[in-house]
Write a protein that binds this ligand. Structure first.
Ligand SMILES: [Zn+2]
Length: 429
């Protein structure tokens, strides 16, 4: 490749990155005016106009004049750039131990439609789970009018998922081993003609919480997620820790009692086998496989003040506190959020967790960490699955097909004195 080719390649790469930065900004914040985009992205106004017009031509954004807006500076008010309601979106799927869920999620994290069926999926063959999923998803999709265009499918699974291809190595609570769940979902929904991305439930919940919930504003964030099993997502310096293949974050399988009960993973005394849902139910004298109904019964008993229930929850909190202390010592997070069933039992486990942190975590990192509950609730898994599915679109919006009739876009706008400053700023960042 000659010099000219290299320069063109570099320019194309800069444009791809700028398109991606602009779309991510709109995706994670709110409608923004061209002048706000210019300041936030540190780009000159003509570049912003050109990027906006490309996103509009690809059916992602539209512009509208602010009605009744009073110009802050001489000249016309800058039009507001907003995501199109029928722009790209994802079908998000949540295969959990105790339910099947699905949603259509647009850019901006908007849940357009959602559906869920509560039932135990323990030992359900993957093919059967996917067929049942279809009976849940079809009516939801049929009822959608003017929803987003589904460009990808994201699937949350409570197990170890290889990030490269979505291969489920092990989902102990479902009884799955070496399952090509992505392929099964793709085959079940061939007419959507959409790529399928699969992620670990705790990782997906963590990325949604980090972007839109309890992890916002932090750089180092840990989300402990319990639904059936126990997992965690670990964000280090703004990046979700994946490990070399995507299997990292299996906090539930850290040994906490070398002589403890056998865990689903085959080892003994894992944190999950001590504080997971089954252990919690067993400790409180309930059927360990009682699922959601037994868990709700346990909470109700604790709320009534029953000592056995409260003691069982406190003991789980103590063990969870031991696990969290280790995480604080290793990762020095700003914040640790409890999600899934741990968010439900938070009032009962908070004090025992803090007591363990007091004695087991190193004082300096302990003093820096907040203990909170997740903010997105059950939606965290679906939003995280959508985020995973939409990541390639957010990374390279220029790969979206051009809409047949691009909306007319005004490219020239009254200058507001930003250009000279903005054009000196770096275009990447
Ligand atoms: Zn284990």
């Amino acid at each position: 490749m000659g010099i000219r080719g290299e320069i063109e390649g570099a320019q194309a790469e800069i444009r791809r990155r700028n398109l991606s930065r602009m779309l991510r900004d709109l995706h994670l914040s709110r409608p923004l005016s061209r002048s706000e985009l210019a300041v936030r992205l540190r780009l000159d106004r003509s570049t912003v106009a050109s990027l906006v017009s490309e996103l509009a031509a690809r059916g992602v954004v539209r512009e509208r004049r602010r009605s009744g807006a009073i110009p802050q500076s001489p000249g016309r008010p800058s039009p507001v750039v907003e995501l199109l309601p029928d722009g790209p979106g994802a079908l998000a799927v949540d295969i959990a131990t105790d339910w099947l869920g699905a949603a259509v999620v647009g850019l901006g994290g908007r849940i357009i439609a959602s559906t869920r069926r509560d039932r135990s999926l323990c030992n359900t063959p993957p093919q059967k789970a996917v067929e049942e999923l279809e009976t849940l998803v079809r009516p939801m999709l049929a009822g959608l009018e003017n929803g987003p265009r589904i460009v990808a499918i994201g699937v949350s699974v409570p197990g170890l998922v290889r990030s490269e291809d979505g291969h489920v190595h092990l989902a102990p609570a479902l009884g799955w081993r070496d399952v090509e769940i992505g392929q099964l979902v793709r085959e079940q929904f061939t007419e959507l003609n959409a790529p399928v991305f699969v992620g670990n439930d705790a990782d997906l919940a963590t990325s949604a919480e980090y972007l839109r919930g309890s992890g916002r504003g932090t750089s180092d964030f840990i989300c402990i997620w319990g639904e059936g099993g126990l997992g965690a997502g670990i964000v280090v310096d703004g990046r979700l820790l994946g490990g070399s293949a995507g299997y990292a974050g299996e906090v539930g399988h850290v040994t906490i009692d070398p002589n403890g009960d056998l865990c689903h993973c085959g080892a003994r005394g894992c944190l999950e086998s001590v504080v997971g849902e089954e252990a919690l139910l067993r400790r409180s004298g309930r059927d360990p496989l009682g699922g959601t109904a037994a868990f709700e019964d346990l909470i109700a008993a604790a709320d009534r003040g029953e000592r056995v229930a409260i003691a069982a929850l406190a003991e789980s909190g103590r063990c969870l506190g031991i696990g969290i202390s280790g995480l604080v010592n290793i990762f020095n997070p700003n914040r640790v959020a409890l999600g899934g069933l741990y968010a439900r039992v938070y009032p009962y486990v908070r004090a025992p967790i803090l007591r363990e942190l007091e004695t087991r975590a190193i004082p300096a990192p302990r003093a820096m960490v907040d203990l909170v509950t997740v903010r997105l609730g059950g939606n965290a898994l679906l939003l995280g699955a959508a985020e995973l599915a939409l990541a390639p679109t957010l990374d390279d919006p220029g790969a979206l097909p051009l809409a047949e009739e691009p909306a007319p876009i005004e490219t020239g706008d009254a200058p507001e004195g930003l250009d000279s400053e903005a054009s000196r700023a770096p275009v990447l960042g």
